[in-house]
Design a protein around this ligand. Structure first.
Ligand code: NDP
Ligand code: ZN
Length: 359
């Protein structure tokens, strides 16, 4: 039997949120039913709801219920489920299914599944008769246990949800680039993802410089352990930074020039991971060769696989590394307001919707 569900949807790219009732696919033998407790608001949710990825071949599927930072409690399990029992905490991140047997699934990189990853929303679920997937701003989730993350009983549930996307998105490239103690690192864009990156890099013993466009967050960066804060609009602060960093992660969601950061990498050694997904920012390839950034490595990174998401979850909870959250109640006007504030840079540092208040 299909599972009744309700949440908040936009019906077009220029819509505001509305309460929306729908159904989810029945609980299969390997599925669990999660009652949502908290759902984070990621800047990717804004890009998706507002259909800002058309240039990258992704069009919005409406009605759309965003949300891929989901924390809740297991209320039912299918008959073959071994990873969870009723009552356990469980989380869902950016994806809910993949083929399980291709090159990338075998590498635990299900986000690149050759036969098609089903993302948590704004995605056609080819494993369930091509129904559109519906995300976490809703009262429940039905998901294959392989795609559910165990959340330790000791976790702070109010703050844990954003780890499912923001947490693993910064964890994955930090490991890919083998960042370690004493490395000189930069975090460009000090928002939801950026403040998780700062905390984890400080925890690893790296020397962290934060780049953002506001004065409002200077004290927060110092409080989280960054050694330096650079307002990129302040020319004096931008001096002497070239050729200085082992690693830079860019979480910037808006127009910028990535080569400005590539130049700051150490010659022959530095690596830059791009995770921010602006609609239009581009790298001029000739400038990459001629503009002072030659022989630095620049790469993109997309969330992380399920295995590394679990490793991140266990490590962050054990080390008390959490986002700073503003909890809002589950109603359409509150979500609309949160979206405006994320867009305008007025959130410190992540909105989390308390889905318990959806009645
Ligand atoms: P936030 O809006 O929370 O944070 C973005 C931060 O970047 C803000 O602090 C913002 O400043 C700052 N910023 C904006 N423009 C500039 C600029 N030109 N230079 C420096 N800083 C700037 O967003 P999130 O952290 O939630 O997401 C960031 C990006 O990462 C989004 O594009 C999102 O889609 C993407 N993302 C990518 C994933 C992946 O797998 N690759 C996964 C998840 C998210 P201010 O606050 O002052 O506006
Ligand atoms: Zn996200």
């Amino acid at each position: 039997d299909r599972i009744p569900a309700k949440g908040f949807a936009v019906f077009s790219a220029d819509d505001t949120f509305h309460p929306h009732e729908f159904t989810r696919h029945a609980i299969g033998a390997n599925d669990i039913l999660i009652e949502t407790m908290y759902a984070g608001i990621c800047h990717s949710d804004l890009h998706a709801a507002w259909d800002e990825h058309k240039a990258h071949g992704i069009s919005g599927i409406y009605p759309m219920i965003p949300g891929h930072e989901i924390a809740g409690r297991v209320v039912k399990v299918g008959k073959n489920v071994t990873k969870f029992k009723v009552g356990d905490y469980a989380g869902v991140g950016c994806m809910v299914n993949s083929c399980g047997h291709c090159t990338f699934c075998d590498m635990d990189k299900e986000q690149f599944c050759e036969n098609g990853t089903t993302f948590t929303y704004n995605s056609i679920d080819r494993y369930h008769e091509n129904e559109p997937a519906m995300g976490g701003y809703s009262n429940n989730m039905v998901v294959n246990e392989r795609f559910a993350i165990r959340i330790p009983e000791t976790a702070d549930m109010k703050r844990v949800a954003p780890l499912l996307c923001a947490g693993v998105t910064i964890w994955s490239p930090i490991h890919f680039s083998k960042v370690g103690k004493g490395d000189k690192v930069g975090v460009a864009g000090f928002g939801g993802l950026g403040h998780m990156a700062v905390q984890y890099l400080v925890n690893l013993g790296a020397d962290v410089t934060v780049f953002d466009i506001t004065e409002e967050k200077r004290a927060d960066a110092a409080r989280m352990g960054a050694s330096r804060y650079v307002n990129v609009n302040n020319e004096a602060e931008m001096k002497g930074l070239n050729n200085a960093f082992d690693f830079i992660i860019s979480t910037i969601p808006a127009q910028y020039n990535p080569l400005m950061y590539a130049r700051m990498l150490k010659y022959g050694k530095g690596e830059m991971a791009i995770v921010g997904l602006p609609e239009t920012a581009t790298i001029n390839v000739a400038d990459l060769a001629m503009g002072g950034a030659a022989n630095r490595k620049v790469y993109g990174s997309l969330i992380g696989g399920i295995k590394e998401t679990q490793e991140m979850m266990d490590y962050f909870v054990a080390h008390d590394i959490y986002p700073e959250v503003e909890v809002i109640s589950a109603n359409a006007a509150e979500i609309d307001k949160a979206y405006r504030n994320v867009q305008d840079g007025k959130v410190k540092f992540r909105y989390v919707i308390d889905m318990n208040t959806l009645k």
